[in-house]
Design a protein around this ligand. Structure first.
Ligand code: ATP
Length: 233
């Protein structure tokens, strides 16, 4: 479904991503793990068209997409939940969700999707008229995921959904991610919490200073000595 081939990303002189390749098949949860600054966000932003790539190619559903604008990719079914959620704090929960459907022409259909999102996130439903900035961190993460779902994505790119949240909320969010996959959405999950991410995922990639150093079945990675030492404490 998604194939990233040998990409490089630079920020000025900084060579942040170095010859990175990865693949996500339809129906999978694939996780990209790595320490702070390894390049996880840069990779995700390259895929979603927010970071230009210097070399290499990105294919989605067998079409080359690395020169597409980010919104075109959303139209093709790829949505991103950005790091730090990026919700609009001075707009209501409902307004935030509708922003996620901005490309959808049929607004009645969008409203229907919103009801589906509310069904998945009852906590958000109770707060639909509330300013998003007044939500708790966990609720904001749910809203950010809900907003991405408003575009009815086939592939969901999640950037560190566990960031800054209490373990019990993280568990709740990860259960939701699992459900989203069960209902047919493919997921690429970027995480610093390698333990949880590998427990949830089918396959994983380990990123170090901009390159993939290890990849494979998530279970194998969980049991891998080098991964345990570096990422699982
Ligand atoms: P984190 O978990 O801290 O977000 P990450 O694995 O997502 O880390 P990136 O944010 O992709 O890592 O950063 C990879 C490298 O690129 C880092 O060395 C970072 O300092 C650098 N970098 C990221 N964004 C920029 C930018 N806009 N300008 C310059 N350098 C950047």
């Amino acid at each position: 479904m998604l194939r990233v081939e040998n990409i490089d990303v630079y920020y000025g002189m900084i060579h942040a991503i170095r010859g990175l390749s990865l693949e996500v098949n339809e129906g999978e949860i694939v996780t990209l793990i790595g320490a702070n600054g390894a390049g996880k966000t840069s990779t995700l932003r390259a895929i979603s068209g927010l970071n230009p790539i210097k070399n290499g190619e990105i294919f989605y559903e067998n079409a080359k997409v690395d020169s597409l604008d980010a919104h075109k990719l959303v139209g093709k079914g790829v949505s991103q939940v950005p790091e730090g959620r990026r919700i609009f704090g001075d707009q209501t929960v409902e307004e935030n969700l509708l922003l996620g459907a901005y490309l959808r022409k049929d607004k009645t259909e969008a409203k229907k999707t919103m009801e589906e999102v509310f069904k998945r996130f009852p906590r958000i439903l109770e707060r639909r008229k509330q300013m998003a900035g007044t939500l708790s961190g966990g609720e904001q993460q749910m809203l950010a995921i809900g907003r991405a779902l408003m575009a009815k994505p086939k592939l969901l790119l999640l950037d560190e959904p566990s960031m800054g949240l209490a373990p019990i909320i993280v568990e709740e969010i990860f259960d939701i991610i699992k459900e989203i996959r069960e209902q047919g959405t493919t997921i690429l999950l970027v995480e610093q919490n390698a333990n949880l991410a590998l427990q949830l995922a089918d396959r994983g990639y380990v990123l170090e200073t901009g390159s993939i150093v290890l990849s494979g079945n998530a279970n194998d990675l969980l049991n891998n000595e080098a991964v345990q030492k570096a990422y699982l404490g």
